[in-house]
Design a protein around this ligand. Structure first.
Ligand code: ADP
Length: 499
């Protein structure tokens, strides 16, 4: 009935048979397993053979007396609870037995209830002891588990292929892995206690990690990825940091994951080089064909019968013109991406520059019965220090797009004002608009939104990437808000003092 671990075994040692059997009956009913012995030496033998927890020991027996058996039990099996059974006349002996280490005593003749109480008391003590032992073992096991869990996490972090660095709330380094040491080419001897700057050679990233560690970025979405290079620009690394949050979402520090993206950068570079090279190689033969077509068309001008051929050649010339402008865009873009665009910054009156572009574009807008207006603020705008050609390209592209992607009779407004230290230029149209899911894509190379409205509008999908590249190179910022059928607003911020 009982599991072995819960079982309590009682050995009743008494020379009187009816006491032995009576005790057995009472104790068995209480769930104890009962063994019997009629003599002291039998009792010792049973204790050798079986795992006994309580001994009910009659002190007065033939052969070895109970009083002699007691010290032997105490010596051989000190955990056994011995309850001595004495006659009325031997209370002193009982006291002596207690001194010898007996757990309790019971006087003869005893009532069943009396026996039950005394044996149950010993049994409770044994059960308590067992429970305490179990708890102790469990605690030891939890500690052991914790230890193995800790070393397991450590092993996982150590074997990650990416570099990992963990800081505490003060921004001190508390954990790194071998991949990080290798990736950042850190001399392990040179790093002192946890100074982040000793590990990371990029001050911007150190600043970001400090901010994350101090709990400034609990919202994961606002943490920018950070790219930096080491080994004199030969190795590129992408770092992604995030806070380590506790149970109550309190910040406990930062964990930063670093990946070697040199190969991606090289691939990008190779692609740009390839595009630049191919564009360059194509440009002159194509321009030649374009010019030669013009000559042929001119020569055919008087020939009545060649009208059809002339139309064909004019179409071909249109196509070569499109290709030449595509190649021009590609070359511009690769120069901007390479940072090879030679900016010649000069003080520029942005109002004057924009009014020139608006005047130039007015005829295109008028051809679509659109109104194109420029709103300048009442107060004079400080001059921008920038390359006027870059500014022409930025706003020329944006205004041309507004005209292209707005229906006939639409309205395009160019609005200029100051936003802090920045000049803010908004190009607002009430044209086709752009669905939210394309808003980021339109700044990618060759991306064009394809729908009923844009179907017949020609373009390369390179205008906005060029605009973005130029705005970035001027230390500015570009954003777009748009809703289909409502129109689009492209906002450009340009710092007055461009570093
Ligand atoms: P392109 O005009 O040559 O296609 P861009 O890079 O300038 O290339 O623009 C990419 C795409 O963004 C366009 O094809 C068009 O779908 C969309 N777009 C740009 N400007 C606007 C605008 N003002 N209104 C609506 N859609 C626009």
């Amino acid at each position: 009935m009982n599991r072995e671990s819960d079982m309590i075994r009682v050995l009743v040692v008494d020379d009187e048979r009816n006491i032995r059997e009576g005790s057995e009956r009472i104790l068995s009913r209480l769930g104890f397993e009962v063994l019997l012995a009629s003599r002291g030496d039998d009792a010792l033998q049973t204790l050798e053979d079986a795992d006994v927890h309580i001994v009910l020991l009659d002190l007065k027996m033939p052969g070895i007396e109970g009083m002699d058996v007691l010290p032997i039990i105490r010596r051989l099996k000190p955990d056994i609870h011995v309850i001595v059974v004495t006659g009325y006349a031997t209370v002193e002996t009982a006291i002596q037995a207690m001194k010898e280490g007996a757990y309790d005593f019971i006087s003869k003749p005893f009532e069943p209830d009396h026996l039950r109480i005394v044996v149950n008391r010993a049994a409770d003590k044994i059960r308590l002891g067992r429970q305490a032992e179990k708890l102790k073992q469990e605690r030891q096991r939890t500690l052991l588990d914790l230890d193995t869990e800790k070393s397991r996490v450590r092993t996982v972090v150590e074997s990650l292929p990416n570099g990992v660095i963990v800081t505490n709330t003060k921004g001190e380094v508390v954990l790194t892995n071998p991949a990080l040491i290798q990736l950042l080419e850190i001399d392990s001897d040179a790093v002192s206690e946890g100074r982040i700057e000793d590990y990371i050679p990029d001050s911007e990233l150190c600043k970001l990690i400090l901010e994350i560690s101090r709990g400034r970025h609990v919202d994961f979405d606002d943490i920018p990825d950070h790219e930096f290079s080491i080994s004199g620009g030969k190795k590129f690394i992408l770092a992604k940091g995030q806070p380590v949050l506790g149970e109550k979402r309190e910040c406990l520090g930062a964990v930063v994951n670093m990946t070697d993206i040199t190969h991606l950068r090289m691939l990008d570079q190779m692609k740009s080089d390839f595009v630049a090279k191919v564009s360059h190689e194509l440009r002159s033969p194509l321009s030649t064909i374009h010019e030669q077509l013009a000559v042929v068309i001119k020569e055919m001008a008087g020939e009545e019968k060649a009208v059809g051929d002339r139309r064909l050649l004019s179409k071909a010339r249109e196509k070569t013109k499109g290709l030449i402008s595509l190649i021009g865009d590609l070359l511009d873009l690769s120069r901007i991406e390479e940072g090879a665009i030679c900016h010649e910054p000069r003080p520029v009156d942005i109002g004057g520059l924009l009014s020139g572009i608006v005047n130039f574009m007015e005829s295109r807008a008028a051809a679509k019965q659109q109104t194109l207006t420029l709103n300048l603020p009442p107060d004079p705008i400080p001059e921008l220090t920038a390359d006027p050609l870059a500014l022409e390209s930025i706003f020329g592209n944006l205004i041309a797009n507004a005209v292209n992607y707005t229906q006939e009779g639409g309205e395009i407004r160019v609005i200029v004002d100051m936003a802090g230290v920045n000049v803010r230029v908004k190009v607002v149209d009430n044209g086709f608009g752009i669905e939210a899911r394309y808003l980021e894509k339109i700044f990618e190379r060759f991306y064009r939104v394809k729908n009923e409205n844009t179907r017949y509008i020609t373009g390369t999908g390179l205008g906005l990437p060029i605009v973005k590249g130029l705005v970035d190179s001027l230390g500015g910022f570009i954003d777009v808000e748009s809703a289909p059928g409502m129109g689009s607003t492209f906002t450009v911020l340009l710092p007055v003092d461009n570093p």
